[in-house]
Design a protein around this ligand. Structure first.
Ligand code: GLN
Length: 196
């Protein structure tokens, strides 16, 4: 199983380590040939504005959209969730996303870097607990009824907001599953390979 990690910017190594621990053959993706060789992709956390600019500078944006539309299973965490959104609130001028999940994501929704936190979430598919680390995290502000909510978290406004969603074989988390020691989100991604 060739598991790609978009390696333009962000916490590439941590995702690669989790995928390797699950037995995947990990391929850092920086060029088109690498994008063509993989059968799943993680878009890591980092800075979505930078990932967006580099995707375009490396001529990877359009080929990536095409591969996702053709069924490539994809997981975006934090900045990666922002990249997968159809619509964005509080992006910077000219910031583009990949439009892969019919949802609106609010960037930096939980506050600035100092507001990073660790929270216990309820994992909706089985009611279990998942420990999640949030770092300048987004949340899902609006979503199509075809998008499945996998977990929610309380925001500073006191309301619950989706922080993990699935749309077919496209998964997005506002938190960082690659640093929690819990590989269930990555397992869900790898389980979509072949099923897609
Ligand atoms: N706030 C960052 C962004 O807009 C995301 C932070 C993260 O990925 N940890 O991309």
């Amino acid at each position: 199983m060739k598991a790609g990690v978009l390696a333009l910017q962000g916490d590439v190594r941590e995702h690669a380590a989790v995928l390797a621990s699950l037995g995947a053959d990990v391929i850092p993706v920086r060029r088109r040939s690498e994008l063509e060789a993989i059968d799943s992709l993680v878009i890591p956390g980092g800075e979505s504005t930078t990932i967006d600019k580099l995707l375009r500078a490396f001529d990877l944006r359009d080929p990536l959209i095409e591969r996702i539309e053709a069924g490539l299973p994809v997981l975006g965490s934090c900045a990666g969730m922002i990249m997968l959104a159809r619509d964005l609130v509080d992006g910077i001028e000219g910031q583009q996303t990949l439009g892969a999940i019919p949802m609106t994501v609010r960037r930096n929704a939980f506050g600035r870097q100092v507001d990073s936190s660790e929270v216990s979430l309820t994992w909706v598919p089985d009611g279990s607990t998942m420990h999640a680390t949030f770092i300048r995290a987004p949340w899902v502000e609006a979503w199509d009824s075809s998008v499945e909510v996998l977990a929610t978290a309380a925001g500073p406004d006191g309301a619950e907001h989706p922080v993990a969603v699935r749309y077919g074989s496209r998964i997005a988390t506002a938190f960082h599953p690659e640093i929690s020691g819990d590989s269930r989100v990555h397992e869900l991604l790898l389980a979509s390979v072949g099923a897609a």
